[in-house]
Design a protein around this ligand. Structure first.
Ligand code: SF4
Length: 315
């Protein structure tokens, strides 16, 4: 893993925030917890390189304050079942075994039973957490074909270890989440995704997959320059446009084609899977799922229904 220095800090103010989402795109009402800022895994496409200037990784060590902020947010919410995550400014598990950051959060959500904590990761280390896991923690892995992991996510766990860890989380009583994000176009990617989704169907219990997200590669202009400098062929393959939010994305025709393919492959494995698109426009949503989502609120409602269906009256 990386050699970055870790700074322990006591940040005050808004530790719990709304996921920033992106302008004119449908977002899901996710709450982020700023527990760690910066990431040792250093994926080549990571957008954090644009947002975080400090070379060191910051860990907020004031757990009582963090828990009080989460509690206040849960208590203030009257309509929705809140979903929280620590994986927006870092990877949720990469530093966990060394620093034991997630255990108090897992226990808090298990006692509160009113909201969900998602630990989103590319680092397949959950053995130390297994004794504390409960259904109010969702263990999620970002998944990509091994070729992308080899070239663009060099410091992360290989695919088979992520799937094995996801299975272990299911066996320990948790639902899991799967994130195909970022999906990257390269020569032959379709076949690789077909195999990957086949493996998921063989290894995991798809009835215990709470949600699946699909998000195609997108990045701000400065990262485009970096990809050029570094000669990242995988990341520059395909045709891009700049979206309304200024970020580069694959052209709409390609996006629709890829989403349709992935959506179809996943639904063939399990018709009941709950699949959502991360930061996409309403017309793309409609084209893929047939659903008309007028605003973010509509998508948050779909999440509420999904959780109620699987948790019954236990949340
Ligand atoms: S694991 Fe996530 S946060 Fe960490 S470098 Fe990779 S993309 Fe960035």
């Amino acid at each position: 893993m990386g050699l970055q220095k870790i700074d322990f800090v006591e940040t005050r103010g808004n530790i719990v925030r709304d996921c920033p989402g992106t302008k004119n795109h449908i977002c899901c009402g996710y709450k982020t917890i700023d527990l760690i800022e910066g990431c040792v895994l250093s994926c080549s496409y990571c957008i954090l390189k644009e947002y975080i200037n400090a070379p060191n990784i910051k860990i907020n060590r004031d757990m009582p304050y963090i828990l009080s902020q989460i509690n206040e947010t849960i208590e203030a919410e009257k309509t929705h079942i809140l979903r929280f995550g620590t994986g927006e400014l870092s990877d949720s598990l990469a530093l966990d075994r060394r620093y034991g950051l997630n255990r108090p959060l897992i226990e808090f959500f298990g006692e509160t039973k009113k909201a969900l904590l998602e630990l989103k990761s590319k680092w397949a280390s959950i053995d130390h957490l297994v004794p504390y896991l409960n259904p109010y923690t969702v263990i999620s892995f970002s998944l990509a074909p091994q070729r992308i992991i080899d070239y663009e996510e060099k410091r992360t766990s290989p695919l088979y270890k992520r799937l094995k860890a996801a299975k272990k989380a299911q066996d320990s009583g948790c639902f899991v989440g799967l994130h195909f994000d970022p999906v990257i176009i390269y020569e032959g990617f379709e076949k690789d995704y077909e195999y990957l989704i086949g493996d998921i169907g063989r290894i995991l219990d798809l009835k215990k997959v709470l949600w699946v997200s699909l998000g195609l590669l997108r990045f701000p202009p400065r990262l485009f320059d970096r990809f050029l400098e570094e000669g990242r062929k995988n990341l520059l393959y395909g045709e891009f446009i700049r979206g309304e939010d200024g970020k580069y994305r694959y052209i709409k025709k390609e996006r629709l084609k890829i989403y349709r393919m992935l959506y179809g492959l996943l639904k063939r494995q399990e018709e009941d899977l709950f699949i959502y698109l991360c930061m996409e426009r309403e017309d793309i949503w409609r084209g893929i799922t047939g659903l008309t989502l007028e605003d973010n609120e509509a998508l948050t409602g779909l999440f509420d229904n999904r959780i109620k269906n699987l948790y019954g009256g236990n949340i």
